[in-house]
Write a protein that binds this ligand. Structure first.
Ligand code: NAP
Ligand code: ZN
Ligand code: ZN
Length: 349
């Protein structure tokens, strides 16, 4: 075991603060990665503050990890010392259930092992995330990072990228389709870039009038202020697909009504409170409403390769770990353009 520096929360109301954790020494199939950058996902905040219930403390968040391999176990074949490597939201699963066999480890029937706040079979404790010096992960859950992309800007792909890519692909988003992205935050801005790269006509819905210019710069074809009822009405019955990334309570029926017949709205944002559904908005138009959870390892690699080919990364603001409390406060105020990424070198200071 090795003792390393990290940032943790000790309960739902304590701020993130320095904390020493233990990592296992790499076993035969493990890769040890020195963490260079870690993105800050709104899920980190939801979980740190126990907004979804179920958080166990101490909790070290962080699941958008980019780093360099510093050590590999004897049986590791896909990585060597010095390689770039990424770790997203998953670090293990049963690997034998139907969903794992279908490369959908995020839906593992035994329960996927998330990068943090999951039971850790190695330590008997909990998994600890990327707000830390290093991470030790089975190579089957480690991603290859395209060499041409900026590393800090690539970190958010490990969660925000795959969480938006997967439902866009699952719904065959492409040319000739009108696609909506609700909420222009970390996930939303990746959704815009990816839907655009897939060839769709992209419309952003934002409740922050200050983000209109950015939405267009990021590639949106149109932007709608979601507080403007008349502007919303202009889009009734017109969308093939809508991706909802909103992290707080909001009216989903207003968006369901914008779908064409048989259109689909996929919910990826996870507001802590239940959302009210008017079933009429589904029944009239035979519309679909579903959800999506990150993506499997195979699809995450496919997404990274796609981003490498199309030169797609996140727009980010680099922060030292010492600014993480401020970053969380700004996340709650929707004041992030469009992902905070922690420069993990700051942890050594
Ligand atoms: P984020 O950067 O904070 O973005 C969320 C966006 O939602 C905000 O920028 C804002 O966009 C909009 N919003 C926030 N409060 C709102 C309100 N009261 N009314 C209307 N719109 C509001 O968060 P994120 O990191 O992208 O994550 C978004 C959500 O997805 C979180 O709940 C997170 O936990 C969840 N998530 C889910 C998965 C999954 O696998 N399903 C994976 C990762 C994250 P505008 O200012 O443009 O309106
Ligand atoms: Zn996330
Ligand atoms: Zn499984």
């Amino acid at each position: 075991m090795m003792k390393i520096n990290a940032y943790a929360v000790q309960n739902a109301t304590s701020p993130l603060a320095p904390f020493v954790i233990q990592r296992r020494d790499p076993t035969a199939h493990d890769v040890q990665i020195e963490i260079l950058y870690c993105g800050v996902c709104h899920s980190d905040l939801h979980i740190a503050r126990n907004e979804w219930q179920g958080t166990t403390y101490p909790c070290v968040p962080g699941h958008e990890i980019i780093g360099r391999v510093t050590k590999v176990g004897a049986q590791v074949s896909q990585f060597k010392e010095g390689d770039l490597a990424g770790v997203g939201c998953l670090v293990d699963s049963c690997r034998t259930c139907e969903n794992c066999e279908d490369d959908l480890e995020q839906f593992c029937e035994q329960g996927p092992i998330f990068t943090y706040n999951s039971p850790d079979k190695h330590s008997g404790g909990l998994t600890y995330g990327g707000y830390s010096e290093n991470v030790v992960v089975d190579e089957a859950f480690v991603l290859h990072i395209p060499e041409n992309l900026d590393l800090a800007a690539t970190a958010p792909l490990l969660c925000a990228g795959i969480t938006t890519y997967s439902p866009l692909r699952h719904n065959n988003v492409g040319q000739g389709q009108k696609v909506g992205v609700v909420g222009l935050g970390g996930l939303g801005h990746m959704g815009v870039k990816l839907a655009k790269a897939l060839g769709a006509h992209v419309v952003v819905f934002t409740h922050s009038p200050g983000k209109v210019k950015d939405a267009l710069r990021l590639g949106a074809d149109e932007v709608v202020n979601s507080n403007d009822e008349d502007a919303m009405k202009k889009h009734l019955n017109s969308f093939h697909f809508i991706l909802d990334t909103v992290s707080a309570q909001h009216d989903i029926n207003a968006y369901l009504l914008l779908l064409k017949r048989d259109g689909t709205l996929t919910q990826v944002g996870v507001p802590p409170e239940p959302l009210a559904l008017q079933v009429g908005s589904l029944i009239f138009g035979r519309r679909n409403f579903n959800g999506s959870l990150i993506g499997g390892i195979k699809e995450t690699q496919e997404m990274l390769d796609f981003c490498g080919e199309h030169n797609i990364t996140a727009d980010f603001e680099l922060i030292p770990i010492q600014k993480i409390i401020e970053a969380y406060d700004r996340l709650v105020k929707n004041d992030v353009k469009y992902r905070f990424v922690i420069d993990m070198a700051s942890l050594k200071k």
